[in-house]
Write a protein that binds this ligand. Structure first.
Ligand code: PLP
Length: 283
């Protein structure tokens, strides 16, 4: 496995983190996960735009142009020889003596890794079983920050229960926000519902592609409106989206079947169209 750190390509076993990297001490940084299909980056421009936005929101200065980040993506693909996988990259505010406020004269650290992987075709075909749990994250979930403890605990709760994923809901208003690392949708009476993009969810790249390019093309309608876990249980279909899940049906929540308890026709159609788009862009 291969990596990149502040201008140099490295093998992962030779890389080390400075103990006073603010990402390490404060989670003071942001990240992206991008997908590589057939040696090509998919939707990289959208990820780079979101990366820039996350950095702006946290007042981390931009030190790489999009063209450079794109070139490093392709160098990692070439050097690793990986055709199908995921690239992780993060910017931290930099390395400095530990103090909460932003240090003066600090330059962000960029690290990147590439790993081989492919979407879970079996799960896409058969669907995921999920549980719900309270969303205990902070109030800026729109920033893809390195602070992922709420997401980690949510996902671990699913592992502990022997299911595939977790859907988070806010305790103050009993509304579902999103998955632990995915956006969440339901279908009821032919209409698609999902949480609006505000500070309570991450605006997923996959979500945006679906809403802007795929749902209108297939003639479906989506409403950006939050709903309760109880309402979700009355849905005809449910599904989750992310860079790694693409579109994956959710067939069960808290032990109760959604619809027929099998992947629904709209989720299937959206996945098929998404994969067609990947084919068109990367093959
Ligand atoms: N929501 C959260 C909390 C996430 O961590 C992710 C992705 O990791 C998503 C949604 C989906 O985003 P994307 O489609 O850009 O991968």
């Amino acid at each position: 496995d291969y990596g990149f750190f502040n201008g140099q390509f490295i093998s992962l076993d030779s890389a080390s983190v400075n103990l006073e990297d603010r990402g390490y001490q404060f989670g003071d940084g942001i990240y992206e996960v991008t997908r590589v299909y057939n040696g090509k980056c998919f939707a990289l421009d959208r990820h780079l735009a979101r990366c820039r936005r996350s950095m702006r929101e946290l007042r981390i200065p931009i030190t790489y142009m999009d063209e450079e980040l794109t070139a490093i993506h392709y160098d990692l693909i070439e050097k690793s020889g990986i055709k199908d996988g995921a690239i992780y990259f993060q910017f931290t505010r930099g390395t400095s003596k530990r103090t909460h406020a932003f240090p003066d004269q600090v330059i962000p650290n960029l690290s990147m890794t590439i790993h081989e992987s492919t979407p879970n075709a079996e799960q896409q075909k058969n669907g995921m079983r999920c549980i719900t749990c309270e969303d205990i994250r902070w109030l800026r979930c729109d920033i893809k920050s390195l602070n992922l403890l709420g997401n980690v605990l949510a996902k671990q709760a699913a592992h502990d229960k022997g299911v595939d994923g977790t859907i988070q809901f806010r305790k103050d208003n009993n509304l579902i926000t999103e998955g632990s690392s995915s956006n969440f949708f339901i279908v009821k009476d032919g209409l698609i519902w999902t949480h609006p993009t505000d500070n309570y969810i991450l605006k997923g790249v996959t979500r945006s592609i679906l809403m802007e390019e795929i749902i209108p093309k297939l003639g479906y309608t989506v409403v950006e409106k939050a709903f309760t876990p109880e309402f979700a249980l009355t849905a005809d279909e449910a599904f989750a989206t992310s860079t790694s899940l693409e579109v994956t049906p959710v067939i069960e929540i808290d032990g109760q079947k959604i619809g027929t308890g099998t992947p629904g026709p709209i989720a299937k159609a959206l996945l098929e169209e998404y994969q067609k788009l990947v084919q068109k862009e990367c093959y």
